[in-house]
Design a binder for this molecule. Structure first.
Ligand code: G6P
Length: 369
């Protein structure tokens, strides 16, 4: 009923708007701005197992798999440990190479996804140390793992995952910071900057949420589309995948996420004046490259919806629609850039009259194989 939705028309919108508070809860007791320190109890208790990992394998499905891709970049960048990201459903049926030198991280909102649970059991049999990143307390995956960290974002009701994704990315960031600090693979300056940046994320998400009305308005223009392309590079590439998944799940518009530079190896053939392209084009090291990707889309008359950093006046001249985002560290951008993509998918679906909280054919938790 209405009461549970806290005045919002759908759980999904409520959960999108909860994200500042959810991430504050997720960070509570784990990060200290005063002490400039991150602590995860799992790292204290299982330091030896986690720090001796020669390789990390992350297993997950759906949105959690997208969070894993961001975790991989974070861990490889700051901890210098090789990370592989696997669909749990592929991993478990492949007789994968896993040994006691590996740490396997399982990411699951529900903690009940059958394939992820099976992947955990298989990896455990092969001697790996298993770390869970879950939301549902006491669910099957946390019970099957050796240790882990809850994301503490509260129950997620909307079938399309929103706050769990940002919670997962937050926990993976904390984990990377802890391991990197212990292994001395991160410099003091980066460590402190990321801690400060993380503490500022909830307020920056609040800022992005103020764009809701404008995103609702521009969404009306795109309900005609039969296809959408989402482009991003580096840390924003998994965000592009997640944005495309959100749109598919609830609006039933076909959407594909792509690393922007790969566009020229295929998707560019699809671009015409009917094709909206959502481009994550924030001001970071890849800016010039992404700018030229936008020009390539415009040269083929594609319609560009660009996510830019506040104050960008170059892309706003070329793109059809621009959504401005507050500046943050490149590695934290996924936590900001995902928000407008959740809102875009939500509003397009609502405009099309779709049931956003319970999209057809999808289940919140997939306990079948
Ligand atoms: C289903 C849900 C998705 C979710 C995926 C993985 O497909 O509809 O929103 O991302 O399962 O779920 P998990 O609970 O393991 O994160």
């Amino acid at each position: 009923g209405q009461i549970e939705k806290g005045g919002f028309p759908h759980f999904m919108l409520k959960e999108i708007f909860e994200q500042p508070e959810c991430l504050t809860n997720c960070l509570r007791g784990r990060i200290s701005l005063d002490k400039q320190q991150v602590t995860l109890s799992a790292i204290i208790d299982y330091k030896k197992q986690l720090l001796s990992a020669k390789r990390i394998i992350i297993v997950a499905c759906g949105t959690s798999w997208h969070a894993a891709l961001i975790g991989k970049q974070m861990i490889e960048t700051y901890c210098r440990i090789p990370v592989e990201v696997e669909y749990a459903s592929e991993f478990r049926y492949r007789n994968p190479v896993v040994t006691s030198d590996d740490v396997v991280i399982a990411i699951s909102q529900s903690g009940e996804t059958a394939d992820t649970l099976a992947a955990v059991k298989l990896a455990k049999e092969k001697g790996a140390f298993i770390y869970g990143v879950c939301n549902a307390i006491g669910s099957s995956i946390p019970r099957a793992t050796d240790t882990g960290t809850y994301i503490h974002v509260g129950p997620e009701i909307g079938v399309a995952s929103t706050k769990a994704f940002t919670g997962q990315v937050t926990v993976l960031t904390l984990l990377a910071l802890c391991i990197a600090r212990e292994k001395n693979t991160i410099c003091d300056e980066d460590y402190k900057c990321i801690i400060k940046g993380l503490c500022e994320i909830p307020d920056k998400i609040r800022e992005v949420l103020q764009e809701n009305d404008r995103i609702a308005e521009l969404s009306q223009t795109f309900t005609y589309a039969r296809n959408f392309l989402y482009l991003g590079r580096g840390f924003s590439y998994p965000v592009a995948l997640e944005g495309a998944l959100k749109l598919k799940e609830i609006s039933y518009i076909h959407a594909e996420g792509y690393p922007a530079a790969e566009m020229k190896h295929g998707p560019i053939a699809l671009i015409d004046s009917d094709m909206p392209c959502v481009v994550i084009a924030t001001h970071n090291e890849m800016y010039e490259k992404i700018l030229s990707n936008i020009q390539e889309v415009k040269a083929r008359k594609g319609r560009v919806i660009a996510l830019v950093t506040k104050g960008d006046d170059t892309i706003s001249k070329i793109a059809d629609e621009v959504i401005e985002l507050p500046e943050t560290l490149e590695c934290l951008e996924p936590l900001i850039a995902t928000i407008p993509l959740q809102l875009l998918a939500y509003h397009v679906a609502v405009c099309k009259g779709k049931n956003v909280d319970q999209p057809r054919n999808l289940a919140k938790s997939v306990t079948v194989e």
